[in-house]
Write a protein that binds this ligand. Sequence first.
Ligand code: FMN
Length: 313
Amino acid sequence: MQIEQEIFGVRFRNPVLLAGGTCGFGEELNDVLDFDRLGGIVTKSVTYDPRVGNAAPRVVEAGNAMLNSIGLANPGVEVVCSDKIPWMNENLPSLQVFISVAGHLKEEYCAIVKRLEKTGGFLGYELNLSCPNDVKMEGMPFALDPESLKEVVSSVRELTDRPILVKLAPNVPDIGLVAQAAEVNGADGVTLINTIPGLAIDVHSQKAELGAGQGGVSGPALRAVGVYAVHRARQKTRIPLVGAGGIMNEYDAIQYLLAGASLVQVGTATFANPRAAQGIARGIVRFCENQKIDCISSLIGAYTDDVEVAGDV
Ligand SMILES: Cc1cc2nc3c(=O)[nH]c(=O)nc-3n(C[C@H](O)[C@H](O)[C@H](O)COP(=O)(O)O)c2cc1C
């Protein structure tokens, strides 16, 4: 069973990565998770200056979903270069690492990438252009507007030869067109999807359950939205896609592969079970063996729309 893949010129041991912002830089999970059983990790989004994040509570349950508003709490790019990357190089040497980058302005993305380029020691970048919890952006992340996205992606492209993933949000009229804008402006891959804006209200206090008010919805409720986003992006782009949203087990991950993702990311599931990602990687192998699938590439994009449309409903 061939579960390894060569993507962006490097080998991914399997298609399962930890999702940005749900695993820090790996330190907290290192005692419980066997990182050698994963394909890679996307770090917490890094901003230029440190951020303390939003008011508590930052995470609440919301039906079949999780609602969070962390507010991109992170130590800032200097500490990432001086402490976090060296720690990852020493402790996670076999893992493919993407550094997630976030900012309020195109210039901030560029300054962070310039600083990270001086340090090196990681595979590539994931540009978080889609965080719904960044108060200064007032609910309008770059990924909601192809023109704004273009400016950030093309500017960062000029600064690095490393692979650039662009992370998108699904709350747009046609995510296929946004993915296409990322490709045309220099992205090597697209990650779909970030959380979508949500709100949970405490009926007794009549206040928001999250300290920050609104938050981002993740977990099982997001899965069908994410699978569709990958499918739509596959129709409009040729570059590798990375699927995320509500992946709780191997069957969820395989839906993303069938829709066209080459890699997947596990986020919320890690909060319920810190070893979830490695279990999902093992489950994909088991599924393929049971189904007599020799090579994971035969699953990727195997789904095609061949349903008949019955007309107006
Ligand atoms: C607590 C929490 C923090 C997150 N922080 C980030 C972040 O810093 N950067 C980012 O790009 N995405 C962040 N995300 C979004 C996830 O990477 C992922 O796209 C999303 O949660 C959907 O996947 P899931 O349903 O498996 O969690 C965060 C999600 C959660 C739940």
